[in-house]
Design a protein around this ligand. Structure first.
Ligand SMILES: [Zn+2]
Length: 375
């Protein structure tokens, strides 16, 4: 058993590190456990001007889906393209205002390198996956090919597509159908790896242990790999550019096999705006809180760049449209919360209420508090 310990320790480290994702700082993740309710999470360890952050795992058991979403990391108007995204993080100082501009005539200079859109050897925009980067480039090129007088309509249509709640529901439903019956597999893989494995070494010796553990792992990993291949063929795993590589990893590398639900679902909703996803998967109160943060952040930015200015207005229109489809409105979401006894101020973003003293919210990265007295 002593000789097997380093192996188990290594596998455990690999398993935990597989759960940490290194993503663009503007990404938002929606996580669901065995129950159907969702939680939203944003990368941690990110600072203004940093382009990436770390998404930690929500649970060590990896028994749920994790959907990675991102607002467009650039602005498009009929006049051109400007880098710099419109997530709450970027609007609050991570990327806007200011950005690199690109005319439609020069779009051929834009290329994809992994998860990046590259312009003249420099990163123009960072996406959540290589599949999302390819889709973004296709979108930009398609707008550039459109005749100038029809570009506005083309941009509005593309933007609206990211706010399509029906499409969000459709993709989630298709994935759920596909993985029906496999929800318990991550737990079984873990059980084989970290319970049955060590026990077998103690009770029956190493030689037999390898054979048993490997046989059980293959029995579990085959349906996982089949589910991944089927999902990528049906475009439910859009980052399946390297379908063979991911399949081999899922089949052979137990820590990845145990996290297959997360691997399978991470790019399912690529291209959909985080607010559209939030409106579908979050409870109403949680969605209102989430939307409040985004709207306040975007309204707060007054970009000098006219492409960003134009795009910001269209984005706010799309958000208003989304809210009205959910029976809400921006003014209702931004209303002051009912005043609590002794409270003199509240955070306009998270609605935490404060007694006399603090001027900024402790939870919202220093957002200035509003007084209950002033309307
Ligand atoms: Zn707050």
């Amino acid at each position: 058993m002593t000789e097997a310990w380093p192996l188990f320790a290594l596998l455990a480290i690999f398993y935990v590190t597989e759960g940490f994702w290194w993503v663009p700082a503007s990404c938002v993740c929606f996580w669901s456990g065995m129950r159907r309710s969702f939680l939203s999470a944003e990368p941690i360890w990110r600072h203004a001007r940093d382009s990436r952050g770390v998404l930690p795992p929500r649970t060590l058991l990896a028994n749920g889906c994790r959907y990675l979403t991102q607002a467009w990391p650039l602005s498009i108007s009929p006049d051109g393209i400007t880098s710099g995204g419109w997530s709450a993080f970027e609007a609050l100082g991570g990327g806007l205002p200011g950005g690199r501009s690109l005319a439609f005539e020069d779009v051929s200079e834009l290329s994809v390198s992994g998860r990046r859109l590259v312009l003249r050897k420099q990163t123009f925009a960072l996406l959540g996956s290589s599949g999302a980067a390819i889709d973004m480039l296709k979108l930009v090129r398609s707008v550039a090919r459109t005749v100038p007088e029809e570009r506005e309509a083309a941009i509005r249509t593309a933007l609206e597509a990211g706010f399509d709640r029906v499409e969000v529901r459709r993709r989630i439903r298709r994935l759920r159908c596909l993985i029906r019956g496999t929800r318990m597999l991550p737990l079984l893989v873990l059980l084989n790896l970290f319970v049955l494995g060590p026990l077998s070494v103690v009770m029956i010796g190493r030689g037999v242990f390898w054979a048993i553990c490997l046989a059980i792992h293959v029995m579990l990993a085959v349906p996982v790999t089949i589910a991944f291949v089927r999902a990528s063929r049906r475009a439910l795993a859009p980052d399946a550019v390297d379908r063979v590589g991911v399949s081999i990893t899922l089949l052979m590398f137990a820590p990845a096999t145990a996290r297959f639900l997360e691997i399978l679902s991470c790019n399912l909703l690529a291209g959909m705006h985080p607010l559209a996803v939030a409106s579908v998967v979050l409870e109403e109160e949680e969605f209102a809180r989430f939307a409040r943060g985004h709207i306040l952040a975007i309204r707060q930015v007054q970009p000098q760049d006219r492409v960003q200015r134009w795009f910001r207005e269209r984005l706010l229109e799309s958000i208003d449209g989304l809210l009205s489809r959910t029976g809400l409105s921006a003014s209702r979401i931004l209303e002051a919360p009912p005043r609590e006894p002794d409270a003199v101020s509240y955070c306009p973003r998270c609605h935490a209420q404060y007694r006399d003293g603090p001027e900024r919210c402790a939870d919202c990265n220093g957002v200035e508090l509003k007084s209950h007295e002033t309307p």
